[in-house]
Structures are given as C-alpha cells and as structure tokens.
Design a protein around this ligand. Structure first.
Ligand SMILES: Cc1cc2nc3c(=O)[nH]c(=O)nc-3n(C[C@H](O)[C@H](O)[C@H](O)COP(=O)(O)O)c2cc1C
Length: 202
C-alpha cells in the first residue's frame, strides 16, 4: 500500500542548509518506492507566533467564531489535516541555539492541540494520532547525540509522543562545523543511514 510521507524542512538557509541536504538525500532515496510525498518548508511558509487570540479561536465552536477567529483557526486546522492525511512524518531539523528553529516551534504550536491531537485524562495526556511514525534528520554544528547536552531530540520526541507518534527514528549529521573532514564523514554516514532507513521502511 502506498505510504504517505509528510516532509517538514526548517533551515534558515533554504537549499543551502545542511538539514535540507539531508532532506534531499531522503527524497532521492525514495525513488522507485511506493510513496506519496508532501513537502512543507516552515521557514518559507513561516507562521506567526501563537497568540492567545488564536488559541481562543480553537476553543470557540466553529459556528460561533467571528470572521477574525475563523481566519485565525485556519492555520492550525490546515496543518492538522495535513498530518492526518500522512502516515510518516519526517522532520529535517537544524540545531539552533541548542533547540529547534522558532519557525518549527510555531508549527508544533499549531499541531499540539488539546482535544484534536491529544487529550488530558486522569492518567495524563493521551495522543490521538494513530498508526503514524516519525523520522528526525538532525543537522548540527557540534556533537551532542546521546549526551545530556542534546536538549533537542528529546524535546522533539516528547512533542511527537504527546500526539501519539511514538515510533520515531533519528539520523544525525553532527560535527558539521568541526572541520571539513568531519563534516564530509558525518554527511556520508547520514546519507548511508537514510538509504538504509528508506530500504527497510518503504
Ligand atoms: C542561529 C544558529 C544557531 C546555531 N546554534 C548551534 C548550536 O547551539 N549548537 C550547534 O552544534 N550548532 C549550532 N549551529 C550550527 C548549525 O547547527 C549547523 O550549521 C547546521 O548545519 C544547521 O543546519 P542548516 O544548515 O540546515 O541550517 C547554529 C547555527 C545557527 C545559524
């Protein structure tokens, strides 16, 4: 059965970004596989910061929304529909100041939505998205994977887990600002890992 993939890119440097290069390797590896790819660049199509007014629009019955609230709710509703329509969520993510790009955070702020993608219960929050998996392609100037300094991958996995995406694989290209030799080696290993992931998954 055709697997539907949503690829989210988030580099400040567009096609010049290393995380975008990982995304391009991923796309190239998909050739010949039975997949349908949807792409969204959250920097090119940047969302504004989430506001109280926008959150209030979500909590207002669609029939009761003002024209302004209807417009505000469109951001989140469209992004939720996009996620729901796909089986695999791929995030190509640069490490900026030990975290995710603020544009990607603005995207997560629209999809982590109580009552839609997760719900609070007596036992804590429960994710409402079912049958989806995730892949993180992480590009970093330094080396953090597996250490306490990696505040990014756990954060991404917690956000994905909150909405029910618990099966998440991560491929790192680290040390990209630690000399050309290390950079080329890291990118080569990441490309190999991406090819292996695609072959085993699709
Ligand atoms: C604003 C900014 C902040 C960065 N902060 C970090 C950082 O905290 N740790 C790190 O290892 N690299 C950091 N880097 C380096 C990037 O992680 C690295 O250049 C990576 O290739 C970025 O992905 P991109 O090329 O797709 O944008 C930073 C780069 C920028 C532009």
């Amino acid at each position: 059965m055709t697997q539907r993939i949503l690829l989210i890119t988030s580099s400040l440097f567009g096609e010049g970004g290393q995380s975008r290069a990982l995304a391009e390797s991923f796309k190239a590896a998909l050739a010949g596989h039975d997949v349908e790819l949807t792409e969204r660049d959250v920097v090119e199509q940047a969302l504004p910061h989430l506001t109280g007014a926008e959150m209030t629009s979500w909590m207002t019955d669609p029939a009761e929304r003002s024209a302004e609230q209807t417009e505000l709710a469109r951001h989140s509703d469209a992004l939720l529909a996009e996620i729901e329509a796909n089986d695999v969520l791929v995030l190509a993510v640069p490490l900026y100041n030990l975290g995710i790009p603020s544009q990607l955070k603005a995207w997560f702020d629209r999809i982590l939505r109580a009552g839609k993608t997760f719900q609070y219960t007596a036992n804590g929050p429960v994710g409402l998205l079912e049958g989806k998996s995730g892949l993180i392609l992480a590009a970093r100037g330094g080396m953090y994977a597996g250490s306490d300094m990696d505040s990014q991958t756990p954060h991404l996995k917690h956000m994905l887990g909150l909405i029910g995406i618990k099966e998440v694989h991560t491929i790192y290209a680290e040390g990209l600002n630690m000399g050309d030799e290390r950079k080329q080696q890291s990118l080569k290993e990441a490309r190999q890992a991406i090819a292996q992931y695609v072959e085993s998954r699709f």
